[in-house]
Design a binder for this molecule. Structure first.
Ligand code: DGT
Ligand code: CA
Ligand code: ZN
Length: 578
């Protein structure tokens, strides 16, 4: 009875083994895609296999379907077993090391018999990897760092991969007649960039009914623990979700407790004790009189302690309690403050839709403007624009603007800062654009000084308005390039260049901490979608959440400006505008 997760894992492991073995790359990709499809499916793959309907799914061809069917019948994947007789299965774990390819893993295993993370760590430390032909000290150092990284990141999942499922669960439960209030809690409510699990808090007239319904949601693969007022399930995608159902009178205290963070709660409780109060997940108690107070809402919990209401995104024990006591919490930016999107791709480069389609989708979402910022020529894989094609694009933008009337498309570009530090198009081509964003898409492995020279030289240019995804990190996937973020923030403040908070769920770049530092330095931020299709344009939820976690107010964000004001800003030199 393999679960979706087990089937997907087996296919993924098979792909890993194929990589180790040097198999055809398209074959490997096909297995990975199928594994991904299965892992993302919210219904039983086993049932589908038994009904012989697997090929109805995208990404699953006849050959892979046959393997899955065999696995459902026999419980194992014969091809994987064959590979695992030839290579130690633990080698797969070593392939998860960032920047360590399968060829290296295989070579180190063949030469030194290294097959586990611990052995790899040892071999990198004692010089035996560095001594292998074609490897050297730099390879060994990379391996050491990659191991540290793998150990540190544990099993946390990017927020954007979990939020849709979590929101669907809350919506489904809220729709039940038994439900009164249902809310996300924990790190999801605080919109932390990675999360461990889904926490849901609810009140219901008949709690056991809600718990039952929870265990039967379509996304649920198995029930981990079930009781009338608390239960845990695991979804087909391998996520754990916990539900707590309490009587209405305890709801606000429980929500406050389960929203966390743990650090925030501990600090809050200490503060309470100093005021002769005791905060628990049930109520607030006066230690002297023993009188208990159940709060009607979270604001009351904070109010009893002499604090302003603290939005969930700030509850990390990073100074929010002091600010709330002093009445100095920021008025955080909200999604409804956003008036435009300054980083949008079209089919002119690697986007999937026309300029007009992107503009219309943005207008549907209530925005007033977008900047078309397609890639520049050196990004050949993305069909980046040459000066000639950029000139043609400008004509199309002008045409779209006359057609659209009440919505504005600004001209722009996401210009590559090439590895040698030069911008990808001549200044005279870029000067004519309304809004130029520059980004780094190559030379990731350069030394810090070189990367910083590239970025600061670009920021000195009067027409460069913004740095796109400033650190280049991909959550759980790729480290930032070597960047001195303080230096970038300082240069941005000095030159009046905006820094982007990219809302793509793998990026969230700048991250919350950097966004806060930028805001404190007086840097203007831009919260952008980096959309490549109409479904993504103006979708700024995660970027706004990241900004909020960085204490950012609407006034710190360039694209909260209404169209007329942004036009005026862009007509001024950027320092005066900044
Ligand atoms: P996660 O799941 O690692 O992404 O982060 P959280 O914050 O969702 O943590 P989780 O799920 O372990 O617990 C949910 C909330 O429950 C947490 O934010 C605060 C509260 N909580 C959990 N353990 C403790 C604790 O030991 N002390 C206090 N005061 N609160 C706790
Ligand atoms: Ca949690
Ligand atoms: Zn980019």
């Amino acid at each position: 009875m393999p679960t979706n997760r087990q089937i997907a894992d087996a296919l993924d492991r098979l792909a890993d083994m194929m990589e180790l073995d040097g198999a055809n790359v398209y074959k490997i990709i096909a297995h990975r895609k199928a594994a991904h499809r299965i892992a993302e499916s919210n219904f039983s793959i086993e049932e589908l296999a038994r009904e012989d309907r697997l090929t109805e799914l995208p990404d699953i061809g006849e050959k892979i379907a046959a393997k899955v069917r065999a696995m459902v019948e026999t419980g194992t994947l014969a091809e994987l077993d064959d590979y695992e007789r030839r290579y130690p299965p633990q080698l797969v774990e070593l392939q998860q090391l960032q920047g360590v390819g399968p060829r290296t893993v295989r070579k180190v295993w063949e030469a030194l018999g290294v097959s586990t993370l611990d052995e790899m760590e040892q071999a990198a430390a004692d010089g035996s990897i560095a001594a292998l032909p074609g490897m050297g000290g730099k390879t060994a150092a990379n391996i050491t760092r990659a191991i540290e990284h793998l150990r540190a990141r544990g099993g946390r999942i990017p927020l954007g991969e979990v939020l849709p499922t979590a929101e669907e669960m809350v919506a489904a439960l809220s729709g039940l007649p038994e439900a009164e209030q249902v809310t996300l809690a924990g790190s999801l409510r605080r919109m932390k960039e990675t999360v461990k699990d889904i926490d849901i808090v609810a009140t219901a007239g008949r709690p056991e009914k809600l718990s039952e319904a929870f265990c039967k949601l379509p996304a649920v693969e198995e029930t981990v623990a079930a009781g009338p007022t608390r239960c845990s399930i695991r979804t087909y995608t391998g996520l754990q979700a916990d539900l707590r159902v309490v009587p209405p009178k305890s709801y606000s205290n429980l929500l406050q407790h389960f929203t966390g963070s743990k650090e925030h709660n501990i600090a809050l409780r200490e503060l309470a004790i100093s005021k002769g109060l005791k905060v628990s997940e049930y109520d607030v108690e006066n230690s002297r009189t023993g009188k208990v107070h159940e709060c009607a809402d979270e604001a009351e919990v904070y109010g009893l302690l002499g604090l302003d209401y603290i939005p969930p995104e700030l509850r990390e024990d990073n100074g929010e309690l002091e600010a709330a006591a002093a009445g100095k919490l920021p008025l955080l930016v909200e999604e409804k403050d956003m008036r435009g999107d300054l980083h949008v791709h079209s089919e002119w480069s690697d986007g999937r839709a026309s300029i007009r389609e992107m503009a219309e989708a943005a207008r549907e979402r209530g925005l007033e403007y977008i900047v078309i910022s397609d890639h520049s020529q050196s990004l050949a894989v993305a069909r980046g624009l040459t000066p000639e094609r950029l000139a043609q694009q400008l004509e199309e933008v002008a045409r779209v603007n006359t057609e659209l009337g009440d919505f504005h498309v600004f001209t722009g570009m996401e210009v590559d800062i090439k590895a040698d530090g030069k911008l990808d198009l001549p200044d005279e081509d870029l000067e004519q654009l309304d809004f130029v964003t520059v980004s780094i898409h190559s030379g990731f492995n350069q030394e810090r000084e070189q990367i910083m020279e590239r970025l600061t030289a670009a920021m000195e240019k009067p027409f460069v308005r913004c740095i796109g995804h400033p650190t280049g990190r991909l959550i759980n996937r790729r480290d930032p390039y070597e960047i001195d973020i303080e230096g970038v923030i300082e240069a941005a403040a000095r030159t009046g260049t905006a820094l982007e908070i990219n809302s793509h769920y793998w990026r969230l770049d700048l991250c919350d901490i950097h966004a806060r530092a930028a805001r404190e330095a007086g840097v203007t931020l831009a919260i952008n979608s980096d959309a490549h299709g109409p479904e993504d344009v103006g979708v700024l939820q995660l970027g706004v959440a990241t900004a909020r976690r960085g204490w950012v107010e609407a006034g710190n964000v360039l694209n909260t400006l209404p169209l007329g004001e942004l036009r005026r800003r862009l007509s001024l030199p950027k320092k005066a505008a900044g």
